[in-house]
Write a new protein. Structure first.
Length: 205
C-alpha cells in the first residue's frame, strides 16, 4: 500500500490496474498514471482503444499458433519461406529472436509454453498435437527443437522427439552456442544465429 492517500478514487483505480503489469510496482504505476493525465485526452483514448483492439482482435495462426492479425500469419503465408522445415519454439518472443538473426528461412511452430509439472503444465496444454498434424501431412523433412536449454525445455524436447520417432523426419536442435540454462530471448543475435544455422541432430541422454 502507499504510505499516503491518493486524492482520487479514479486515480487509485488507474494505479491499481497499471500495477498489475509485470515489473511495474505501485510507485511506477502512479508515475505512469500521472503521465497519462498530462497527455491530450485524444492521445490517451487512442492508447486505450489500441490496447482494447489488440486484446479483442489478435488471433493465433491456425497453422503455427503464432500471433497474427489474420487467420494465417505472415510467415506461414509467405511463399518464399522453406516449407519443409519447422522450428519449434516456446513463445512468440522466440520467433522474434530467431527472425532477427536472419539465419533461418523455414516455418515455425509455437507451443505456447513448455512442460513444467511444478507449474501444472502438461503436454495436453501445449500445441503439440497441432505440430504432429502438420508433420503427418508429409510435407516436412526437418523439425528443429529450439527450446530454452532449461530442465523444462529439455524435457519438452525429449517428449516431442519421442512423439516424432515414427515420422520420417530429421529432428535437430540448436548447436551448443546456447549454454544450458540459457533462454533464447536473451541470447545475442550472433550466438543465436550460429546456433540455428549450425543445428545438429537431437540426441537423447
Amino acid at each position: 500500500m502507499f504510505s499516503f492517500d491518493l486524492p482520487s478514487k479514479l486515480l487509485n483505480d488507474a494505479v491499481e490496474e497499471l500495477a498489475k503489469l509485470p515489473g511495474v510496482g505501485r510507485k511506477t504505476a502512479l508515475r505512469l498514471a500521472l503521465y497519462l493525465l498530462k497527455q491530450p485526452k485524444e492521445d490517451v483514448e487512442r492508447f486505450g482503444n489500441t490496447i482494447v483492439a489488440f486484446r479483442s482482435n489478435i488471433k493465433h495462426c491456425r497453422c503455427c499458433n503464432n500471433l497474427s492479425d489474420e487467420e494465417v500469419c505472415d510467415i506461414c503465408s509467405n511463399p518464399r519461406r522453406e516449407r519443409s522445415t519447422i522450428c519449434v519454439v516456446e513463445s512468440i518472443r522466440d520467433v522474434m529472436s530467431i527472425e532477427k538473426t536472419q539465419q533461418y528461412n523455414g516455418l515455425y511452430h509455437v507451443l505456447g509454453g513448455i512442460i513444467s509439472p511444478m507449474e501444472g503444465i502438461g503436454p495436453s496444454q501445449l500445441e503439440i498435437e497441432l505440430l504432429l498434424e502438420r508433420v503427418g501431412k508429409g510435407d516436412v523433412n526437418e523439425v528443429v527443437l529450439a527450446l530454452n536449454t532449461t530442465m523444462e525445455g529439455e524435457t519438452t524436447c525429449y517428449y516431442i522427439h519421442k512423439k516424432l520417432k515414427d515420422f520420417p523426419v530429421a529432428v535437430t536442435t540448436l548447436a551448443r552456442g546456447i549454454g544450458f540454462g540459457d533462454e533464447l530471448e536473451y541470447a545475442d543475435e550472433l550466438t543465436l544465429g550460429r546456433s540455428i544455422k549450425n543445428r545438429q541432430p537431437f540426441q537423447v541422454g
